[in-house]
Design a protein around this ligand. Structure first.
Ligand code: NAD
Ligand code: MG
Length: 385
């Protein structure tokens, strides 16, 4: 039986690479549902090619256009965020790949967990915002959450069932500004931030990588995925992105997963787990890896990483506050409304101003997200004056 896959965010970087994996293994996988936010023409093209059962466009204004364009095909067409939550629950769906960006991933992920679908988790913001709640829910419904983020997939591939680990070492490329001085960082532009040295990704995560908020989020994501204490999670800058992350066991042995930087491998592994299946992806050539280097991250220049650790230590709704503030400032940075370093200032102010809740409910997360966005937007606007 082919595995039926719902791809949330099929028009994005992860989504399109997931479709390449499906295309490479038509005998194993089928795209059951494709969803997107705005890029309706690309969604139409994908629907024509992959013939899914269902497509959903989150932006309801594009519904009629989409419906009309697919009217000659037996594809169900829906619109809106609620429809995405509905579609993941459909009986035939085996795997839900959460490849949409940001807080919007939380609700459909919760719906998919309740429907006992295998979660292939790319949307790290879900774990950042509400990792505790997601874990409790996954536990209650006995739903597996398989990491797609390359670092977490690497760790997942290194784990040993019978042995507990001492710590994990998350590798970070350091992004395009790794060697920049504070003075240089003051003047960097969005065009520079959007040029990642090793990975081609969506705009938001590319800016997060440049500011190292992405690594901060991955630290939080790792805590919840692998049940770790903050002091068990180390970040090492490894600019070549060949080692995708490492696990250190109690006897001091270290296991690493290596490969060329290609997200199709972790996507495919989440689809095929516990098996591995053949792929045509590029192989690692060790003769070209003669310079693998490692250095400590600098939390003075990349303050977001320190803020993420602080949020992790405080717990409660603090990571949710950091995530919401970060979504606002990244959007503002991409519109040239705020400077690169200004982003951390706004996030820090939100951490101080938004009421702290030690044991948040789902409703608390929703209100924290909304309140933080309001405050962050207000600070950004005041700064622009
Ligand atoms: P992207 O911006 O390229 O694509 C995002 C997708 O989500 C698009 O299909 C878009 O239509 C959809 N989307 C956006 N907002 C939405 C909304 N409100 N409702 C419904 N759909 C919405 O992003 P990406 O780089 O593919 O990243 C997707 C997720 O995967 C992010 O959470 C990111 O952190 C994570 N991730 C990405 C990579 C990577 O290599 N790109 C690696 C690891 C983790
Ligand atoms: Mg990653």
């Amino acid at each position: 039986m082919k595995k039926q896959i719902a791809i949330l965010g099929s028009t994005g970087s992860i989504g399109t690479q997931a479709l390449q994996v499906i295309e490479e293994h038509p005998d194993l996988y089928e795209a059951y549902a494709l969803t997107a936010n705005n890029r309706v023409d690309m969604l139409i093209e994908q629907a024509r090619k992959f013939q899914p059962e269902v497509v959903v466009i989150a932006n309801e204004e594009k519904y009629l256009y989409l419906k009309e364009a697919l009217s000659d095909l037996p594809i169900k067409v829906y619109a809106g965020a609620d429809a995405i939550c509905q579609v993941v629950q459909e009986k035939s769906v085996d795997i839900v790949l959460t490849a949409m960006v940001g807080y919007a991933g939380l609700r459909p992920t919760m719906a998919a967990i309740r429907a006992r679908k295998v979660i292939a988790l790319a949307n790290k913001e879900t774990m950042v915002v509400a990792g505790e709640l997601i874990n409790a829910l996954a536990n209650e419904y006995q739903t597996p959450i398989l990491p797609v983020d390359s670092e977490h997939s690497a760790i997942f591939q290194c784990l040993e069932m019978q042995n507990s680990l001492e710590k994990i070492i998350l590798t970070a490329s350091g992004g395009p500004f790794r060697t920049f001085t504070m003075e240089q960082l003051q003047h960097v532009t969005k065009e520079q931030a959007l040029k990642h040295p090793n990975w081609s990704m969506g705009a938001k995560i590319t800016v997060d990588s440049a500011s190292m908020m992405n690594k901060g989020f991955e630290v939080i994501e790792a805590k919840w995925l692998f049940g770790l204490k903050p002091e068990q999670i180390e970040v090492v800058v490894h600019p070549q992105s060949v080692i995708h992350s490492m696990v250190e066991f109690e006897d001091g042995a270290v296991k690493a997963q290596l490969g060329v930087p290609d997200m199709r491998l972790p996507i495919q592994y989440a689809f095929s787990y516990p098996q591995r299946v053949r792929s045509s992806f590029d192989r690692l050539d060790f003769m070209k890896c003669n310079n693998l280097t490692f250095e400590a991250p600098d939390t003075n220049r990349f303050r977001n990483l320190a803020l993420a650790y602080e949020a992790l230590n405080q717990g409660g709704n603090m990571p949710c506050i950091v995530n919401a503030a970060n979504e606002v400032v990244v959007a503002a940075f991409l519109k040239d409304q705020i400077s690169f370093l200004g982003m951390s200032d706004v996030i820090e102010q939100c951490m101080q101003r938004v009421p702290f809740i030690q044991v948040p409910t789902y409703e608390n997360y929703v209100s924290t997200d909304a309140e933080t966005r309001r405050i962050a937007a207000e600070i950004v606007i005041n700064q622009m004056k």
